[in-house]
Design a protein around this ligand. Sequence first.
Ligand SMILES: [Zn+2]
Length: 490
Amino acid sequence: MNRCFLLLVDGLRPDVAEARLAAGDLPHLQSMLATGGRTTAITGFPSTTSVAYLPFLTGCAPGRCDVPSIRWLDRSAYRGRWWRDRAAVRSYCGYQASLLDQDIRPEVQTIFELVPESVGIFTPVSRGLTRERDPSRVERRIWGSVAHVAMWHQPSDDSVARHLLRAAQGNWKFVFAQFPAVDGYTHQSGHDSFPVHRALRRIDTAIGKLRRLLRVRGELSRSLILLVSDHGASPVHTHVDLADWFRSHGVRTLAHPVIWERNPQAAVMVAGNGSAMVYAQPGRSRPDRWPIERLRQPDSFGAGRDLVAALLREPAVALLAARSEEGGIWLGSAEGSAILRSHNGEIAYQPSSGDPLQLGGPWRGSLRASVERSWNGTYPDAPFHLVDQFRTRRSGDLLVIAREGYDLRARFELPEHREGHGSLIRAHMQTPVWASLPLPGDPLRTVDLFPSMLHWLGVQPPEGLDGQLVWQPRTSKPATATPQEVALVD
Ligand SMILES: [Zn+2]
């Protein structure tokens, strides 16, 4: 029986992982990589925890899952009544966290539904899991609140490591384990700080124990171990609270955590905190978005002026996106605008007065070509992610992407975030993929790992995935340990 272990280190940047490996700090991973491989993968957008887990666990991008962000508003159901309509405003950061499973589009199947012999450890996506198969459910809540108050994230990772080894002792075919400490310490101390390095060393130790256990059980060669991450991070020197920005322009604005704004003229839903969705006049229930042409009218937010133009002048704003009346997605930056169109799996990017995606001019290609073209650019794989973001009616009228060094939330973030993520920039979108089996050299999307894992487990992937089977994991040679490897794991 083939087994698969998907180990997600939340918020791990590829360069940090590489540097610790080169420094000899991760001996068990080094040993695993001797017969495996590593590459870069572009995560889902917005690049933030839980939403960016969906590609790994469903094979679908967040927009296709109907979960465009960690906070969103249902514009057809919300009518501006703060108490009666609170269920139409979503935040997975608080008491509504458990609604994530039911918010995922019904046709989308999680790997836990497709592989009954599976278990999830510290997973915010748990559709398909029974209580027995979600053994750390209670601990996740307890350690999560301790970590938030005490800024001490290591106990969560230690708990995950214990559950992981227990799961490996069972007969689960697929094991998902999420290690949250690196993200916590990154926000608090920086992505290349001592607590991040220490957390990585402990994960390395846990993987050493896991491999030793699998070897003793004679299962190492039949086990695919994947070390992945859901997003990167980058330092934030300036917090610009986007909700307060709208208020300073005289706009009644609804934003978390205080959502009792009566008859708001704008709703601001921040993710990560490097991006935000803005809903114009959310209390006027309507099925569809307003296009950019409507959003630019002086009355659209009730400010008496074009707030889109004002946003484009803000140093904190790198990029804006909205539907266009003429079809496609309008993209704007301080340098000018462009139109992005998608049709039958093809994307066309046409600069009008500028090149906001910094692709160097007009571009046309398949959805696949988007990642090949731009994986190492200013906004990796942005054409694909922007098209995905506008696939769901739950996303905002206006998407605001923060410039590197800025984020969009200043209040209610205690302790202050020194680093953040959630944006479309390279430092947030690139993630490491380290595997116990050889990988193709080309960059992937994290969503592509879903069909690869199912292939390894002999499970037929469902129709309608965003993930493509670009990697068929295969054992390259008999997994007999080298003497050096045995020394490392013993
Ligand atoms: Zn985070």
